[in-house]
Design a binder for this molecule. Sequence first.
Ligand SMILES: C[S@@+](CC[C@H](N)C(=O)[O-])C[C@H]1O[C@@H](n2cnc3c(N)ncnc32)[C@H](O)[C@@H]1O
Length: 278
Amino acid sequence: MTQEHYEPEVHYDRVTEAWALLLGAELHYGVFPTGSEPLDVATGELTARMIQAAQLSAGQRVLDVGCGSGAPAVRLALDHGVEVVGITTSQIGVDAATARAARAAVSGVTFEQRDGTDNKFADESFDRVWVLESSHLMPARNNLIAECARVLRPGGRVVLCDLIRRREIPFTEVRSRRDDFATLRAAFGAARMDPLDDYVALMEGAGLVVDTAVDLTLETLPTFDRWRGTAAQHHDAVIDILGADALAAFEASCDILEGFWRDGTLGYGLVSASKPAS
Ligand SMILES: C[S@@+](CC[C@H](N)C(=O)[O-])C[C@H]1O[C@@H](n2cnc3c(N)ncnc32)[C@H](O)[C@@H]1O
């Protein structure tokens, strides 16, 4: 595959249908408070942690940056009475999310193909900005956070959760583990994980006041075990959609990522911040 195949818009156009089988309706990790929750309950729990940090109330306008196939956005609108504009660089994601909202017969939820690092919405036009596991796909992370801060109204909040890097990875290690990194890239597309503190610094640099920065590494660890289960359950269907190599890369990635979670290299974090009322 060429470099272009790993770019998020190409990658998500390719994987969205299969991801529904492997990851579930919500295309993100799960939080497992007891460790025994099924995957859909755990992905719902991560969304619940974001909702709690977002401090939603009815009538607010929410920008969902990296909306996937729309499951979190539809939940926010149905359960909390907010208006949601979901954006993603994947047109297939926009189509899937629009169809999901129509099936749910929910109003006030729309999806558009836009880039989170240059969203072109008006300044101060949203009450909340929601970034659920999409930032690791945006190398221009400073632009993403600057855009989040720009479109927030004074008094508004941004909530973000994502994979994080928990230690330096020396170049020699990157080189010696290049096959593992290539497998991760084949399965999940081009990505860069940053420390939780870097997100805090970027938000503070954008004039936001950070009030939450939590490490969810331990609570997200069982995700890999559940993904192995969905890969086995949907083995043939995923091969039909993506091919045998892609399924093998996904399965191998579960082991590689679980190792990184256990040895303190990678993990998961959630950050929330407010924009000072002027
Ligand atoms: C792991 S999925 C998360 C989807 C969704 N937030 C959820 O939790 O179900 C990552 C999403 O980020 C989107 N994405 C990647 N790069 C993006 C960018 N530069 N701007 C907007 N969305 C982007 C992908 O297309 C995909 O929808």
